[in-house]
Design a protein around this ligand. Structure first.
Ligand code: IFM
Length: 438
């Protein structure tokens, strides 16, 4: 199994030079939209500091690096002319990774829609899926001679339902019908994008979670949450249909025939499990993303991360088993897994001593190994995330990194979890090279 780390453009790059505006620039400027009022204009400045990031990945011993390509850097207006300087940034990054034996795994869309496409209606509009396919072709044309594995969309559930249901993510729309249209066009964009990259190994990345009723009477609500969180994406990709919770629409039938079978590999982003129980007055705002929200609540138990997400390693094993059964023969990657913690303990030399994060990673890697032993074809595991970065509506107040980033100097300092993961990788390589395991 390959092991590495992941990041996303808006969260780490900073605007750099020549990037066009995107929906997160506009959303983050709304008063109250982001907890600390921050945006991704500087982030970790990886646009300039990428050589340091690549050196860290090499020090980690990473097999693979999942980063995202910024659509508005490549096509500042969202369509038409491609910016050569924007593509050149990824060209250099890919070359530097390959020089160090690290497999580049670009994701084409990690939430930074060019604002001009939002002005034309965004993901609820069908045309956005067509524009995505043009953009995918442009990136593939530039990188496809050296990169084989691409992901189209990252966590389309978030783009659709956090972006257009609860509105806690960009573009901050609260319109359930628009959320369903966005979900469909994200899947259509994935399928058209995959077709636009002939010869590439193209997958999609979804955030899937086990959904558990807290009592039998909440089973119907849990089923709805499961259909939106998990079934929508899996049923469409495996069977070319939507579960009952998705309102029917005329455009679905032909498009779903394209979506079916369009994932050559499947990426699982896994963080927690969802417990569905009685309504609660203090519900997190993202809960309003599910139809029928208000009639039920989510009830995470301890232990929880600083996102309030329950730590449930065995849920990852369950999700991997479900994907393996639903998409037989399709290789699976754990494309994100990790935890935000307070990082308030330091060892004598000043290193963040994040034993909680180490325990989280260790528990989840063990769950991956159990899933593999049970037959799930898991090809890789990528820790979220390499660097402390811009955590969307939480701004810089939540840290998931295995490397600390000083917000004043942007200096990078590996945490104890970085050293731990490097050790895990080295041990795994040792075992593999002596032929003890696969
Ligand atoms: O930071 C995000 C990432 O962009 C997408 N998956 C979940 C992470 C933690 O919230």
């Amino acid at each position: 199994m390959q092991i590495g780390a992941a990041t996303a453009a808006y969260q780490v790059e900073g605007a750099g030079d020549g990037r066009g505006p995107c929906i997160w620039d506009v959303f983050a400027a709304r008063p109250g939209a982001v907890l600390d009022g921050s945006d991704g204009a500087l982030a970790c400045d990886s646009f300039h500091r990428w050589p340091e990031d690549v050196a860290l990945l090499a020090e980690l011993g990473a097999d693979a690096y999942r980063f995202s390509v910024s659509w508005p850097r490549v096509q500042p207006a969202g369509s038409g002319a491609v910016a050569p300087a924007g593509l050149a940034y990824y060209d250099r990054l890919v070359d530097a990774l390959l020089e160090r034996g690290i497999t580049p795994m670009p994701t084409l869309y990690h939430w930074d829609l060019p604002q001009s496409l939002q002005d034309a209606g965004g993901w609820p509009e069908r045309d956005t899926a067509l524009r995505f396919a043009d953009y995918a072709a442009a990136v593939h044309g530039a990188l496809g001679d050296r990169v084989t594995r691409f992901a189209t969309m990252n966590e389309p559930w978030c783009s659709a339902f956090l972006g257009h249901g609860s509105g806690v993510h960009a573009p901050g729309v609260q319109d359930p019908a628009a959320a369903f249209r966005a979900a469909h066009h994200l899947l259509l964009g994935h399928a058209l994008g995959a077709r636009a990259m002939p010869g590439a190994d193209v997958g999609i990345v979804c955030n899937l979670y086990p959904v558990l009723p807290t009592a039998p009477e909440f089973a119907p609500q849990a089923r709805v949450v499961d259909e939106i969180q998990n079934g929508l994406w899996l049923d469409a990709l495996a069977h070319g249909r939507y579960p009952a919770a998705v309102p029917p629409a005329d455009e679905h039938a032909d498009d779903l025939a394209l979506v079916r079978g369009s994932a050559a590999w499947f990426g699982v982003n896994y963080y927690t499990a969802l417990r569905v129980g009685p309504a609660r007055p203090d519900s997190a705002p993202d809960q309003a993303s599910y139809p029928g929200a208000g009639e039920f609540g989510l009830h995470p138990r301890d232990p929880r991360t600083s996102m309030g997400w329950e730590v449930v390693p065995e849920g990852l094993e369950q999700v991997l088993g479900r994907v393996a059964r639903t998409l037989p023969g399709v290789p699976i990657w754990v494309t994100e897994n990790g935890a935000a913690y307070a990082d308030d303990v330091r060892s004598a030399d000043g290193t963040v001593d994040d034993r909680d994060r180490i325990a989280y990673l260790e528990g989840h890697l063990a769950a991956v190994e159990r899933a593999r032993a049970a037959g799930a074809p898991v090809a890789g595991y990528l820790a979220w995330t390499l660097l402390d970065n811009y955590e969307w509506a939480y701004g810089y107040t939540r840290t998931f990194g295995i490397v600390e980033v000083d917000r004043d100097t942007l200096d990078r300092r590996p945490k104890a979890s970085f050293r731990w993961l490097a050790g895990y990788l080295a041990r795994q390589r040792e075992v593999t090279s002596t032929g003890d395991t696969q």
